[in-house]
Design a protein around this ligand. Structure first.
Ligand code: ATP
Ligand code: MG
Length: 566
């Protein structure tokens, strides 16, 4: 046992990967003297999403738990789709989530070594150059129920294979003209073992190796070998790769190189979300969202801009755990994770999203006072602030009803309500415009009921509402975000439709809110609670000094459950 921590997860339930890792270190000769080594291997062809966060938390988390290491490796073997912009965003996102890689590598670092190993396989009769084009290769491959047929090029001599492979590398042949294939078994029940392609010809500029290469390794050929070079002990991937494992093992065994163990877990699927990078790219390029970091995107950068905290994403990943069967997690679980964290850390403020003016007719004109308000009842160290109060205020339109049902405890004609941190007021008169819309409420306040003064407790009313004093109020742009898709599984589109048809047409509403003065001074990235409303963050991109733009992170309660039960 070379694990530094004998019982790292004692007292907590171990997931199946932890159980296997501990067993491996206890029993496997090949692991003697090694410590756990994992990697997170994104392809830099898009931004990371919440599914990747699961893999990041798992791989980096295991390394932390067992005193091991975790590398960040860019799986950059598809030059046409990859870009430095993606590399940069991925590094930023991993660090933002709170992790630091040990080694930073690129599969392209290993192109020379991979080439040498391919030559070794040719020399030992385990690989050959094949001239079948993609279509012919498909036909030779057979199906799940029928064996494949050997390629007519399968029995080329070592010398001929060697010569052709070198000329492929030198650029003598056009794209797609030839491939290098592993010589395994065209009758294998596992299609991945039917002489899989190792290299294809692609005259394409690579974001790191430039024009040095015109043959590029396929995923299966590059991946396990990169793991081996880095001394990865456990190569953890998603379930789609389970039936690639025999190939992973075949390459390591046939090359006689250090052999990591591949293990698979279920990928994360979230309701009301699409997660494939191809679809996310389409949302961006076709302008359905403002970019990869649009606050409605399930990307890490989108969630960051939306106001999610790294802690909440890590706690979400912890909550959902790892399993060996695919399922879909309700997006409510993610929303609850951020709500829970923000409840601990976000200061409370008052903001009115849809104002009605209230005039306190018995409050002296020109008089002002300040009231003390608690910043965060969950965190005494957050302190208190001074709230200005005056004769003219704004309250939320939905906190007043002219003809309310009997159990309505907010403001109604002739009724009383408490203004949070302030006084009890009574609505004496309702003023409407020509169209019948309520434009002003004339109220009177009871000076004996100021919150915090002993007398306040003597008179009780059932409702308390929030408010903002008009003379000191600021106006701020607020973006009310909702789910980007209106169906639970956006990929399940009706006949002739695509996932794009499931986009929620009302996924963002821009409004101008009236807010207490403190709110207008918050700096970009600050997360706050608008009392009785939701959690909001000051947008990092569009806010100007003293002109914050607020993004709604999440409502205080699950508003979708309410809609569904109506
Ligand atoms: P996509 O299908 O979205 O393009 P991918 O699997 O091709 O994703 P990679 O960049 O190759 O994306 O993924 C890097 C790592 O993240 C891989 O180990 C992959 O298994 C893991 N990963 C990707 N999507 C998910 C997911 N939804 N849940 C868990 N892990 C994931
Ligand atoms: Mg991939």
């Amino acid at each position: 046992m070379t694990l530094p921590n004998e019982n790292p997860t004692e007292g907590t339930h171990k997931n199946f990967i932890e159980v296997e890792i501990e067993k491996d270190f206890a029993t496997k000769e090949s692991l003697r003297g090694r410590s756990l080594m994992t990697r997170f291997p994104p392809e830099p062809n898009g931004y990371l999403h919440i599914g990747h966060a699961k893999s990041i938390c798992l791989n980096f988390g295991l390394a932390q738990r067992y005193g091991g290491k975790c590398n960040l490796r860019f799986d950059d073997t598809n030059p046409t789709k990859e870009d430095q912009e993606y590399v940069d965003s991925i590094m930023r996102d991993v660090q933002w989530l709170g992790f630091q890689w040990d080694g930073l590598f690129y599969a392209s670092d290993y192109f020379d070594q991979l080439y040498e190993w391919a030559v070794q396989l040719i020399r030992e009769g385990h690989a050959y150059v094949c001239d079948l084009d993609a279509e012919a290769m498909r036909q030779y491959r057979g199906t799940l129920t029928e064996p494949g047929r050997n390629s007519p090029y399968r029995d080329r001599s070592v010398a001929e294979n060697f010569d052709l492979f070198e000329r492929m590398k030198r650029g003598e042949f056009p794209d797609g003209a030839r491939t290098l294939r592993a010589k395994i078994d065209m009758a294998s029940p596992n299609l991945n073992l039917r002489d899989p392609v190792m290299y294809r010809i692609l005259h394409s500029h690579h974001h790191r190796t430039g024009d040095k290469w015109c043959i590029y390794a396929m995923y299966d050929w590059a991946h396990g070998e990169s793991d081996s070079i880095e001394g990865i002990t456990h190569s953890i991937c998603t379930l789609e790769f389970e039936n690639h494992r025999p190939l992973y093992d075949w390459f390591c065994k046939t090359l006689r190189i250090y052999h990591p163990r591949q293990m698979e877990f279920a990928r994360l699927n979230l309701s009301y979300t699409v997660m494939s990078k191809r679809k996310l790219l389409q949302l961006v390029t076709e302008g359905h969202v403002s970019g990869w970091d649009d606050p409605r995107m399930p990307t890490i950068s989108g969630l960051r801009r939306r106001g999610y905290t790294p802690e909440s994403i890590r706690s979400f990943c912890e909550t959902i755990g790892v399993a060996r069967f695919n399922g879909t997690i309700d997006v409510l679980v993610l929303e609850n994770a951020v709500r829970e964290h923000l409840n601990q850390i976000a200061n409370r403020y008052m903001a009115i999203l849809d104002p009605i003016k209230v005039v306190l007719t018995n409050y002296p004109e020109g008089q002002t006072e300040t009231l003390e308000a608690v910043n965060n009842p969950e965190d005494p160290s957050a302190g208190a602030r001074q709230l200005p109060f005056s004769r003219t205020l704004f309250i939320e339109r939905e906190d007043f009803m002219e003809n309310p049902p009997s159990k309505y405890f907010r403001l109604k004609p002739g009724g009383e309500v408490r203004l949070r941190y302030a006084y009890i007021i009574r609505c004496d008169e309702v003023i409407k415009d020509a169209s019948g819309k309520v434009v002003e409420l004339r109220c009177s306040y009871d000076p004996e009921t100021r919150s915090g003064s002993g007398a306040a407790s003597e008179r009780k009313v059932k409702g308390t509402i929030h408010w903002v004093s008009a003379s000191t109020a600021a106006c701020c742009e607020v973006r009310l975000y909702d789910r980007l898709f209106q169906s639970e599984n956006p990929e399940e589109a009706a006949e002739g439709k695509t996932f794009l048809d499931n986009i929620n047409p009302n996924s963002v509403t821009n409004i101008v809110a009236v807010v207490e003065p403190e709110l207008a001074r918050q700096s970009p990235g600050t997360r706050v609670q608008f009392e009785r409303n939701g959690y909001f963050v000051v947008d990092e991109i569009d806010s100007l000094p003293d002109k914050p733009v607020f993004n709604r992170i999440v409502t205080l309660r699950d508003s979708w459950a309410k809609i569904a039960s109506k």
